[in-house]
Design a protein around this ligand. Structure first.
Ligand SMILES: [Fe+2]
Length: 248
């Protein structure tokens, strides 16, 4: 086990991390029926209520945009967000709901960004994810082109790109190119020996984490999320003052 992993090996917290300190959840799949997240309006409103119960005052829905499976456009996403907001007026009017997207870096991304203005959060940030199984070979060029358009990039769950587990310089190269990093809270519920957890611990230790997200897709995932809230490294990160969720 690495030195860094040992540093984080500690007992569980007696009370859960207070997510109201983050104020904003900036990665979630709570909009009904347009990706692999909430499958209908009822599950959508229940997920909103569960997230609000964790202390968030604002939720940014980030449905997938993928050129092969989820061909969402800004209009589809905004219309669906409006439907959810209408439904929530009766049930949960105090939680602010906005929408952006989780853009997959695939062969259709640049074309999509030519055709439509991106759905952004905060100061013109777009949430970008990479493929899970292989490193994209044109990643730096695409990042350059997105920056040229005036967008800032938040990389969704860098800890899930395990093909870089043994080459940390890949994360440093992205940081050098002004890419911001967002960890998934549920990663903290995983064992220290898992590649995802190792990457997350390294990123935290080097002060490279800027945002935390739930990346919640369904009600079942709340179990893992709630388990993570008893993990000391999560508490340390939330209380560090380094996170920027509240600015979104
Ligand atoms: Fe996601």
């Amino acid at each position: 086990m690495s030195l860094i992993s040992n540093m984080f090996k500690s007992k569980k917290l007696k009370s859960p991390v207070d997510l109201s300190l983050l104020e904003v959840d900036m990665h979630s799949h709570i909009l009904p029926g347009i990706d692999d997240g909430a499958y209908d309006m009822s599950s959508s409103t229940q997920m909103v209520q569960q997230l609000a119960g964790l202390g968030y005052r604002k939720l940014i829905a980030t449905p997938h945009i993928m050129s092969d499976i989820y061909k969402n456009t800004p209009q589809i996403i905004i219309n669906t967000k409006e439907k959810l907001k209408k439904e929530l007026i009766k049930k949960n009017p105090e939680t602010e709901i906005t929408a952006a997207a989780e853009y997959l870096l695939d062969e259709g991304l640049l074309e999509h960004l030519e055709k439509y203005d991106a759905l952004t959060m905060g100061d013109n940030y777009i949430l970008l994810e990479l493929p899970y199984f292989t490193e994209p070979n044109n990643i730096y060029e695409i990042i350059f082109r997105i920056h040229i358009k005036g967008y800032k990039i938040i990389l969704a769950h860098p800890e899930r790109y395990v093909y870089w587990c043994d080459d940390f310089s890949k994360f440093e190269k992205l940081k050098d190119r002004d890419v911001y990093f967002q960890l998934n809270i549920s990663t903290f519920a995983e064992k220290h020996s898992f590649p995802t957890r190792k990457i997350a611990d390294n990123l935290i230790n080097l002060g490279m984490v800027n945002f935390l997200g739930t990346d919640i897709h369904n009600k079942k995932q709340f179990e893992l999320l709630e388990k993570a809230l008893y993990e000391p490294p999560l508490a340390k990160l939330v209380e560090s003052g380094n996170l920027m969720n509240h600015l979104l």
